[in-house]
Design a protein around this ligand. Structure first.
Ligand SMILES: [Zn+2]
Length: 86
C-alpha cells in the first residue's frame, strides 16, 4: 500500500511516519496531537494498515471522540470486509 507522506485533516497537514514502536511492538499506530503526526507500525498487514490510518485519522479529525467510539467505528468498517470482497 502506497501511503502519502502527509494528509490534510481539517485545516492542518498531518505528517505520516512509519515506525516499529520498539517499546510497544504490538501497537498499531498513534496520533500525536502536539506534533501533528500519525505514526504507523510498519509490521502490520496492508489491510490492518488501512484501518489503522482510518482509526488514527479519526482521532486527529475529532479529538473529543473517546477511544471506544473510534474503535467501534473502526470495527464497523472492518465488518464490511472490503479486502475479501471480489
Ligand atoms: Zn485509538
Amino acid at each position: 500500500m502506497k501511503l502519502p507522506n502527509a494528509i490534510k485533516i481539517g485545516s492542518d497537514w498531518w505528517v505520516i511516519k512509519m515506525t516499529t514502536f520498539e517499546e510497544e511492538p504490538d501497537k498499531f499506530g498513534e496520533c500525536d496531537f502536539e506534533n501533528k503526526c500519525i505514526r504507523l507500525n510498519v509490521n502490520q498487514s496492508s489491510s490492518d494498515m488501512f484501518y489503522t490510518i482510518i482509526h488514527e485519522a479519526l482521532h486527529a479529525a475529532i479529538p473529543d471522540l473517546v477511544e471506544e467510539a473510534v474503535i467501534r467505528y473502526e470495527s464497523t468498517l472492518r465488518s464490511l470486509d472490503i479486502f475479501n470482497k471480489k
